[in-house]
Each structure stands twice: as structure tokens, then as C-alpha cells.
Write a protein that binds this ligand. Structure first.
Ligand code: GLA
Length: 384
């Protein structure tokens, strides 16, 4: 049975009513890592891995939510929305944001489940938040713009999950378009789509299956370091408000004013923003070799200057370097685990998976998981 059918069946059995159905995708990011919270550029896309959700009103003040994957049910009252532990925060967090923005909600039932691997850096939480936002907006006829729903999802993550994330994940999941990548300006949210035409090549994700505990604290620390850099540059260039405004020349001039580590972090972000622009131009000219080089460049920066990689990610990227059929690879997302993104020849994919899986097992004793992903439509209401 397909996942959407499963959600429907479980919903009607459990709650006895007919649900409204929503499908919400995970995301990849071609390039532009740790640039979103620096008001920079990113190049993400929604992918064909989803969370499916069913919703119905239940005419009470209580919300009942069932996670198919965890086989757990949680309930909460709309009058008492406070962070708890686990997946329910992503549901409650969005409900809280909608209420805070003045929208009227009543009790509802929800069942959800999906095939976005959890903890793999594919933004399953953003997909869930977006699905809840769109589902509740439709269920209660709130007519909320998608761009506002994206903000609510981000704020839910900040307030209920405690991760001070940028806007990229929610934006990509909500606004994705089939076969198109999004070039998003995270300052203005101005964005445009362009086709991802890879010809004989394809994108493949390799899941390290590790999620180092450092991830959350290091993420917030990087944000602080970037802010520190901005403050220092601002002393000489008052017009600067974020690293987006900082040119390499400005950074050099202010270098003496900041700790070497802060300089290193800022330099990475400035060059990564450059790489996003260069990558979109290379894509527009079908220059996939150049895209591949840029992916390696991004990884080097993330690993050596921004220091958010880990031995598993570095190993997987390094492994590809001498393979002529791989054009480029890099770690993807926040770091310290999750997936690498590989751009490789379709005809070599089988061979690649076999050899890298064997090497990874030998090195770390871990079973690599790989996903061939296609670029898909963003969060939407669906029919059975
Ligand atoms: C995580 C965050 C995003 C972004 C990336 C790094 O996925 O949720 O906002 O900062 O890390 O690019």
C-alpha cells in the first residue's frame, strides 16, 4: 500500500472521519551552506521523499496526533502550548505560531508518516512543520500565504525545537518545484527557479548514518562567530548589517580586529556566497564539470575553515576524488553527520554505490545508505 493510502486508512480507523491529505517534501541543497542565516544565497530544491499527513476537525479543544513511524500518539490542548520532547514539538510549534499570528484554530486530529530518513539532514522536521502549517490553513480556511507559512515553520523550530536555524529548509520544502532548483536570496526572500538538467549525470546522497551530538551547539556557535565578525567589520564599515554585505576587501581591512577563528568563519561564508552565484551561472551554461569543482570547493571550506564536517563525511567526499565518473561531492546541510551530495554519471551509479558502501563499512563499520533523489514539487494538498 502506498504511504498516502496507509495514512488515510490509519486515520479513518483511528479517528473515524475522512482526512484532508497533505504531502510535504524533504530537501537537498546543491550549494550555499551556512549562508542562509548570514542573509546570503542558497541553491536548494525539494525532493521526492515526503511526509504525508491527514487532518480533520474533531470539534473539541484537544488535538490528537499520531506518528505512524514512531507508533506514538500525543495529545495537547490549544490553550497550553509549551515545548515538550520529540516530534510533537514540530506540530505544536506550528499551531502555536498560527495562534500567535491571530489565526483561529479548533481541535483537530492528525496522522502522519513518511519516507524522509530522520536525522539525515534532509529536513524531515521542516517538511513536517510545513505540512502542519498548510494542512491547518486549509482545514480551518485560514488562507495563509505560503511565504508566511514558511516563516511560521522557522519560528516553530526556534521556539519549540530550540534550533536557531535559517530559512532555507522550510523555504525549499514549501516552495519547491518539480525539476527546478531555487536560487534564494535569504535576505529579501527573492527567488527564482531554474531547471536542473543533468543529462547523463545525477545526484546521489550518501547517508553517513551518524549524527554527532555536537551539531546543535556548534550550529549556534557558528552563528555567534559570524555575528561577531559582522560587529567587527561594522566598526569600520557602519553600513554592514550581515556577512552578505561584507566584501573580501572589507574583511581583510578588519582582519586585525578579530580573532583568527572568527576571520576564518567569515571568509568561508563570503566565498560560499560567491560559489552559489558561480554555480548558478555554471548550471545555466550546462557546465557540470565546473559545478563539480564548486562542490568540492564548498566541502573544503566547510571542513577546513568552517569546521562543521566530521571524519565520516570527509571520508565519503575524499573517496570520490579519484573516480573519473564523479564530478563533485560535498557534505550537505548543517554538518557533523547526515549526507554527502554527489554529482555522478548515471551509468556508473551502481558501481559507485557498491564500492563506496564496501569502503565505508570497512572503515567505520557502518552500513551506508544511498538515495537517488529527484527534484519535486513543494508542500501541497493531495487527493487519494
Ligand atoms: C541546517 C539549517 C539551515 C542551514 C543549514 C546549513 O540545515 O536548518 O537553516 O543553515 O543547516 O546550510
Amino acid at each position: 500500500m502506498s504511504l498516502i493510502n496507509q495514512i488515510h486508512t490509519v486515520f479513518t480507523k483511528k479517528f473515524g472521519s475522512q482526512p484532508l491529505l497533505v504531502r510535504s517534501p524533504g530537501r537537498i541543497n546543491l550549494i550555499g551552506e551556512h549562508t542562509d542565516y548570514n542573509e546570503g544565497f542558497v541553491l536548494p530544491a525539494a525532493i521526492d521523499k515526503y511526509i504525508y499527513l491527514g487532518f480533520a476537525k474533531n470539534a473539541t479543544g484537544t488535538c490528537r496526533v499520531y506518528s505512524l513511524d514512531f507508533e506514538e500518539e500525543e495529545t495537547f490542548s490549544l490553550n497550553e502550548l509549551k515545548p515538550r520532547r520529540g516530534w510533537i514539538n514540530f506540530v505544536m510549534g506550528v499551531a502555536a505560531q498560527l495562534l500567535q499570528a491571530g489565526h483561529k484554530l479548533e481541535g483537530f486530529d492528525c496522522v502522519f508518516g513518511g519516507d524522509i530518513p530522520i536525522g539525515a539532514g534532509l529536513s524531515s522536521s521542516a517538511a513536517l512543520e510545513n505540512g502542519v502549517g498548510l494542512g491547518l490553513s486549509e482545514l480551518f480556511e485560514l488562507h495563509i500565504e505560503k511565504s508566511d507559512l514558511v516563516r511560521y515553520s522557522q519560528q516553530a523550530e526556534h521556539a519549540f525545537a530550540g534550533v536557531n536555524c535559517g530559512i532555507m529548509d522550510m523555504f525549499a520544502s514549501m516552495m519547491g518545484k518539480k525539476d527546478q532548483v531555487i536560487r534564494l536570496d535569504c535576505r529579501s526572500l527573492e527567488h527564482f527557479y531554474f531547471p536542473l538538467e543533468l543529462g547523463d549525470f545525477q545526484l546521489l546522497l550518501c547517508n553517513t548514518k551518524v549524527a554527532h551530538t555536537l551539531a546543535e551547539s556548534a550550529y549556534n556557535k557558528r552563528r555567534e562567530e559570524c555575528q561577531e565578525g559582522v560587529n567587527r567589520v561594522k566598526q569600520q564599515f557602519p553600513e554592514v548589517n550581515s556577512l552578505r554585505d561584507v566584501t573580501p576587501q572589507m574583511l581583510e581591512k578588519a582582519k586585525g580586529e578579530m580573532a583568527p577563528l572568527v576571520y576564518q568563519r567569515c571568509a568561508y561564508v563570503i566565498w560560499e556566497n560567491e560559489r552559489v552565484i558561480t554555480t548558478s551561472n555554471a548550471l545555466a551554461h550546462d557546465d557540470l564539470e565546473a559545478v563539480g569543482h564548486l562542490l568540492y570547493g564548498s566541502h573544503k571550506g566547510l571542513s577546513e575553515a568552517y569546521e562543521v564536517s566530521c571524519p565520516e563525511l570527509d571520508f565519503l567526499v575524499d573517496y570520490t576524488r579519484n573516480l573519473s565518473y564523479v564530478l563533485g561531492a560535498r557534505m550537505m546541510g548543517g554538518g557533523f553527520g547526515g549526507c554527502t551530495l554527489n554529482l555522478l554519471k548515471k551509468s556508473a551509479t551502481k558501481e559507485f554505490i557498491a564500492s563506496i558502501t564496501g569502503a565505508y563499512l570497512e572503515k567505520f563499520g557502518l552500513q551506508l545508505e544511498t538515495y537517488e533523489v529527484n527534484v519535486a514539487e513543494g508542500t501541497e494538498i493531495v487527493e487519494l
